[in-house]
Ligand binder design. Structure first.
Ligand code: CMC
Length: 437
């Protein structure tokens, strides 16, 4: 880390000695004040629930400028990556720091494709689930179970194990997501076909049956690939921080990624795409565009718990650049499947317009995030709504793995162990049961 010439000084009004704190410079973005010695020197902790002002690590992977609405993977703008690269190139970039040249890309594509099958025993494990289980419940179990199948890549401190686990996870996630879908609808699993691209292979595993093959439509495959690119990493979000925290204990990579899947499921995070499409469906059922006003009133009512799903973000205080790209993809996909007049897309655009002009949203800098349009795209591709978050997990796996690898390779990393402000009972004595009133 590069020290700044400027130092911060923390002083106390009770006469305790003040303390100088070093500042480190970011290559872009805010600098950080190093408080690691604060407790040792002052006996005090900092208090920051939700990490509103706390950097939990240093990272070279992803940068977000929330005010500008800018997202960079390894320095490259997301718009350029979405335009010029496929998901495999983006995976290579996130894992290795540079975009691949043609030979490196060919080798990487091949490396991932030879790991797409899962141990045959996985299907018996899958059979233990109810058929109507939520795909994220199934995925949390399946990803965690990988550590019971691939013992030769479970030592997180061994760089070779980490590298094999990374490729296995990236390669097997589409197979697992498709298997959990097929299991839910009672169809036979479709084995991966390694001659296809990553995204086309996933779509074939989802939509082919042993009776009829699936002919991937180029526009839809490209849209799926774009969904993967846009969701691949997003710096220290809740699920990534969960993966880092879980991995910091030295647990195996599969277990750490399973923790990320579990965290992603929540509606404030990856579950928002499903919640957003359900919200649009509900408004549509109640009368569509005409009911937007009433819905927005509920969202603004402090006594209601209704939120405009797919809106707002901890970091973006401007339009999420991924939402812009997703809206563009929406137009292409709906055109390709003959849904140019899709009522849900029209409703989403009307809702966006009204919200962006409303003082409540303007004052709070609430803009559409990636989940606002991704559900409409996925639905048009034929992905069932409950599977949306599992697809987010599939795409985010590379980000989780890259971040875990970065943390383990960082000589400054320590087990994650936050402190607390204790406000409970002072020490007291236990009374025998008979004396408790
Ligand atoms: N609808 C209505 N009000 C909102 C919304 C929303 N979607 N988001 C934030 N607010 C309000 C919030 O009530 C608060 O108002 P006030 O200042 O009057 O109390 C203010 O805006 C600030 O919000 P916050 O909850 O303090 O912000 P946060 O940074 O803690 O939460 C968020 C960020 C993403 C959890 C939140 O905006 C949200 O719940 N959005 C809806 C769910 C969603 O779309 N999540 C996907 C995020 S992007 C994909 C991903 O990362 O997984």
């Amino acid at each position: 880390m590069i020290p700044s010439d400027v130092k911060a000084t923390l002083s106390f009004s009770d006469g305790s000695p003040s303390m100088d704190l070093p500042i480190y410079k970011g290559s872009v973005g805010p600098n950080v004040i190093d408080i690691r010695k604060l407790y040792g020197q002052t006996g005090k902790f900092t208090y920051d629930p939700g990490f509103l002002s706390t950097a939990s690590c240093n990272s070279t992977i992803t940068y977000i400028d929330g005010d500008k609405g800018e997202l960079l993977y390894r320095g490259y703008p997301i718009e350029q990556l979405a335009q010029n690269c496929d998901f495999m190139e983006v995976c290579y970039l996130l894992l290795k720091g540079e975009l691949p040249n043609p030979q490196e890309k060919k080798d990487f594509d091949r490396l991932v494709s030879v790991h797409t099958m899962v141990n045959e025993q996985m299907q018996f494990f899958l059979r233990g689930f109810r058929r109507d289980a939520h795909p994220m419940a199934v995925m949390t179990g399946l990803v965690g179970a990988l550590s019971a199948f691939y013992h030769d890549s479970t030592d997180v401190h061994n760089p070779e194990h980490r590298a094999i686990a990374a490729i296995r996870l990236i390669a097997k996630m589409p197979t697992l997501v498709a298997m959990s879908y097929k299991y839910g609808i009672g169809q036979p699993y479709i084995y991966p076909k390694n001659s296809l691209s990553y995204s086309a292979n996933f779509m074939r595993m989802m939509f082919a049956t042993p009776c009829e093959d699936y002919e991937p439509n180029e526009v839809l495959v490209r849209a799926m690939d774009r969904i993967f690119i846009l969701h691949a990493d997003h710096e220290q979000n809740a699920s990534t921080s969960t993966v880092r925290m879980c991995g910091s204990s030295g647990t195996n990579p599969f277990a750490a990624i399973a923790a990320g899947v579990a965290c992603l499921w929540g509606p404030a995070h990856g579950g928002a795409n499903e919640a957003c499409l359900n919200m649009l469906g509900d408004i549509q059922k109640q009368g569509g565009v005409e009911k937007i006003g009433e819905f927005i009133k509920q969202v603004k009512d402090k006594n209601s718990s209704v939120k405009l799903m797919g809106f707002g973000h901890r970091v973006y205080k401007n339009y999420d650049p991924r939402a812009k790209l997703m809206r563009e993809t929406c137009h292409e996909v709906l055109g390709a499947v003959g849904l140019g007049n899709d009522p849900l897309f029209k409703l989403a655009m009307a809702l966006e317009k009204i919200a962006l002009e409303d003082e409540y949203f303007v004052a709070r800098k609430l803009y559409p995030n990636v989940d606002f349009y991704s559900g409409i795209v996925q639905r048009a591709i034929g992905i069932p709504v409950p599977l949306f978050t599992a697809i987010f997990a599939l795409a985010r796996t590379v980000g989780w793995i890259a971040q875990l690898d970065e943390m383990i390779g960082d000589p400054e990393y320590k087990i994650g162990r936050p402190r607390q402000l204790f406000v409970g009972s002072e020490p007291r004595h236990v009374k025998p049961l008979a004396q408790r009133g």
